[in-house]
Design a protein around this ligand. Structure first.
Ligand SMILES: Cc1cc2nc3c(=O)[nH]c(=O)nc-3n(C[C@H](O)[C@H](O)[C@H](O)COP(=O)(O)O)c2cc1C
Length: 205
């Protein structure tokens, strides 16, 4: 091969090697940057119970707000939670029915040990919080306290709920009529998000 041609090949080979090295260096940098920006602060479980769906949407809103603050957060139905110890923090929420939040109570009894250091917050959803009646509000608050006892989460949320007559049985309709409960969707999404931001502030400390 003529010497000139061989030098030209050497030059091309050198250029190729240099550009390959730059390419891989660039990829490594990109992986580093992407990796660090998606690194969550920790895992938060928002576990909820629901009968007609409204509490699930409140839980989703709370989880979404927590994610916005850089945490990994998911809203999961209590029935699908088997290992709360896989999370750094747990928030429990449930609807009040006939003065009680039974599913939360059962969940706390079952996982008390795991929840002791993890239960950061709990919330109740009910129509008691949609009316201006101290007695009813106190009963709704008591339902949440009773369901989380003996644990005492630092943050407690009380949210007005939703009654959709189309989703009620005849018996439920009669019960609602008897207690003169308001009917409709009284959920306040800004109030829900503000509560989630309060909780997340304490997680960041
Ligand atoms: C039969 C029935 C009983 C209820 N009992 C109460 C109650 O004792 N206290 C309360 O605050 N809300 C009560 N509610 C309102 C629910 O807590 C509210 O509709 C809630 O948003 C339902 O949540 P879910 O859609 O997740 O099931 C009752 C609703 C129904 C239909």
């Amino acid at each position: 091969m003529p010497k000139r041609l061989s030098r030209a090949f050497d030059f091309i080979a050198l250029c190729l090697m240099a550009s390959t090295a730059w390419f891989f260096a660039g990829c490594a940098f990109a992986v580093e940057v992407v990796g660090s920006s998606t690194q969550a602060k920790g895992r938060v479980l928002v576990a909820f119970s629901t009968s007609k769906g409204s509490t699930g949407e409140v839980a989703e809103t709370i989880a979404s707000e927590i994610r916005s603050a850089g945490w990994e957060a998911e809203a999961v139905n209590l029935n699908d939670v088997h290992l709360p110890e896989e999370f750094n923090h747990v928030i429990l929420g449930g609807p009040v029915y006939y003065g009680k939040i039974r599913e939360i109570k059962a969940f706390v009894e079952k996982y008390e040990e795991a929840l002791r250091d993890r239960l950061t917050g709990a919330f109740a959803v009910g129509m008691a919080f949609a009316v201006d009646d101290e007695e009813q509000i106190a009963a709704g608050r008591k339902a949440l306290d009773d369901s989380t006892a003996p644990l005492r989460p630092a943050h407690l949320g009380y949210f007005a709920g939703r009654i959709d007559p189309g989703k009620l049985s005849l018996l439920e309709k009669a019960a609602i009529k008897m207690v003169k409960s308001p009917v409709g969707d009284f959920r306040d999404w800004e109030e829900t998000r503000a509560w989630a931001r309060e909780v997340v502030k304490s997680l960041d400390q």
